[in-house]
Design a protein around this ligand. Structure first.
Ligand code: ADP
Length: 249
């Protein structure tokens, strides 16, 4: 009940690297069922923040509340198990494996972070129907049997999103979903993110302001590890400090 509940809230989240503060007392609030953009100049701390949220880095101090429970200090597998999934900017695909095999493996893994033991082809077969559903969702159903290595760049990025959806996360983190894409793929990705955001919260990092403006219900602007501005796209884009931060890049 009450006004939009926060699925994610960080409290004074801080990460120091030997005296250098990459994330400095960040208070981020992401409402459930919303799309939230994280923007800021290079070095602002966006990647570090994603690494903290997913347990790939441990915070120096502060809290990470997922539906009110502090997950700071948990391992990536535990956080994934709690419903947080991340699609990587750097490709994590196997060129020789088919698309459906990628999805079957992701579905066979309890955390989506990879499987720890040998899984037989027969065991994987039980995931076929769900794997096809996920491929269909990202527009790749007709490519199910082809090797990932033969996909075009935009299709690889769509496959990565499908993989992140395998465990039906309640919080989906997308690291620069449109990086390196041409206009057509950018627009396709905007539609895809809108489509897969239903029933969950999405936090994404992107440098393309057309993408941010098209997708984000809320925008948090980081600079030098600190929150510079937060609000709707319209509000933050006209914020003097934000304009200055970007001009100074
Ligand atoms: P962004 O993703 O916004 O470009 P990053 O989170 O990658 O920013 O980096 C924020 C700052 O933290 C940068 O100055 C970067 O050099 C520094 N940084 C990131 N990771 C490390 C690390 N492992 N050790 C030391 N400094 C780091």
């Amino acid at each position: 009940g009450g006004p939009a509940t926060a699925i994610l809230r960080t409290v004074d989240l801080t990460k120091d690297f030997r005296g250098f503060t990459a994330v400095n007392s960040v208070n981020l609030e992401v409402a459930d069922n919303t799309i939230h953009a994280l923007v800021g100049p290079n070095g602002a701390g966006k990647t570090t923040l994603f690494n903290l949220l997913t347990g790939f880095l441990q915070p120096s101090s502060g809290q990470i509340l997922l539906r009110g429970d502090d997950i700071a200090g948990k391992q990536p597998e535990q956080i994934a198990h709690l419903g947080v999934a991340r699609s990587f900017q750097i490709t994590s695909l196997f060129d020789e494996m088919t698309l459906i095999e990628h999805l079957e493996l992701a579905l066979a893994s309890p955390t989506g972070l990879g499987y720890k033991f040998w899984t037989s082809r027969k065991q994987l077969g039980q995931f076929k129907a769900r794997a096809m559903e996920l491929l269909d969702q990202v527009g790749l159903a007709d490519r199910a049997g082809v090797r990932a290595g033969s996909l075009a760049y935009g299709q690889k990025r769509a496959l990565e999103i499908a993989l992140a959806l395998a465990n039906d996360p309640s919080l989906l983190l997308l690291d620069e979903p449109t990086a390196g894409m041409g206009l057509e793929d950018v627009d396709r990705t905007i539609e895809l993110v809108k489509k897969v955001s239903g029933g969950r919260a999405v936090v994404f990092v992107d440098h393309n302001m057309h993408v941010v403006g098209s997708l984000a219900d809320r925008v948090t602007v980081l600079q030098s590890g600190e929150v510079l501005a937060e609000g709707t796209y319209e509000r933050v884009r006209s914020d003097e400090r934000v304009i200055t931060a970007y001009l100074g890049e």
